[in-house]
Design a protein around this ligand. Sequence first.
Ligand SMILES: [Zn+2]
Length: 424
Amino acid sequence: MPKNSPTPYLLLANIGQLLTLRGQGAPRRGLDLQEIGLIENAAVLCGGGKVLAAGSQRELLRDPWVRMNRKKVKELDCQGRVVIPGLIDCHTHPVFAEPRLVDFEKRISGAGYEEIAAAGGGIRSSVAVVRQSSRGELSKKVLMALNAMLEQGTSVVEAKSGYGLTLEDEIKSLEAIRDAARQWPGEVVPTLLAAHVVPQEYAGKADEYVKKVCDEMIPLVAKKKLAKYVDVFCDRGAFTQEQSEKVLATARKHGLGTRAHVCQFTSAKLKPLLEHQPASFDHMDCVQPEDISLLARGETVAVLLPGANYFLGYKEYPDARRLIEAGVPVALATDYNPGTSPTPSMPFVISLACTHMKMTPAEAIGAATINAACALRLQERKGSLEAGKDADMAVFDVKDYREIAYWFAWDRCAEMVVQGELWV
Ligand SMILES: [Zn+2]
């Protein structure tokens, strides 16, 4: 529930550091990713769910409208804390029912991700439980995750299906996302990931399964308006380049956006996939040098998911520095899922980006706000604090924005404002 009844105007006052991330409505590349639009001693005025003004408190309080209407405005005293745009988690898999503890222990004793998958663990073990679960049970799990994300500063979440893998169970998963989203104040972007893995009953018949995804699942999901994007897992052990292209081409034919899991374990040829205008390529651990310069010239955002590398115990992380320096737009996300990244925390991911991928705190926050908005093509409304944009903000109980990355695994998010409303 909101902390207060809807107020037409809300003023966030006495902000020690305001990170506006203002600027172009395009993804930040290269040195621009450092530009966080920092204003000290700042204030933000919200009205009708939007930012009306964001800037120096002295100037904002001198505004004639503010002086005339001060009594109509509810005030939140930020006490010198840091305010940033609501974090945007642009890659999650929240529709699952159980943690994967057997896989977790097997991995600790030395088994690899692909080895566990081959032994019937991995994604397929989550599939069995999701198929047995009701839509209501699943939507409760999704809502629980969304609430945990909100508490740690996230106000927009991309949420994928992908543990159903039948027409019925993928629809059920997307409906569970929709049901949960209706009870959550932030914005949820639903994605169909029927091409997550080849289900057991299609073992050795991957093309047949892809045909089912393209002929039945994508058309029905588009018709029911249950997803904005279609995703595909293009990697060894999942779908081939050719199968992935088929899925993405079908998505576009049905008016849906596209995105793809690529280059997590093996490198893919990105040029043919780019023909389908994906909003993002996600993981990007082993991207080819020639593809880096290709991405630097395009709009597709590279979404890096260091939570998965952390949880799988990898020594190697995606080469963020190389991508940023080449001019590729880079975003960050949790990859929240039961197998490889069971964390709802964007601040933890920001911290990992700094310590393991050598991104600066400023770059990591840019990658988790404005660039993540671009990865979901929401940059017109989300990802920065400027007049006219949605009033989504996270108040962190710190004095310096770099502390958001510094205090790892310590939830310092004190308040959330979503569409101009205060939430716990
Ligand atoms: Zn994923």
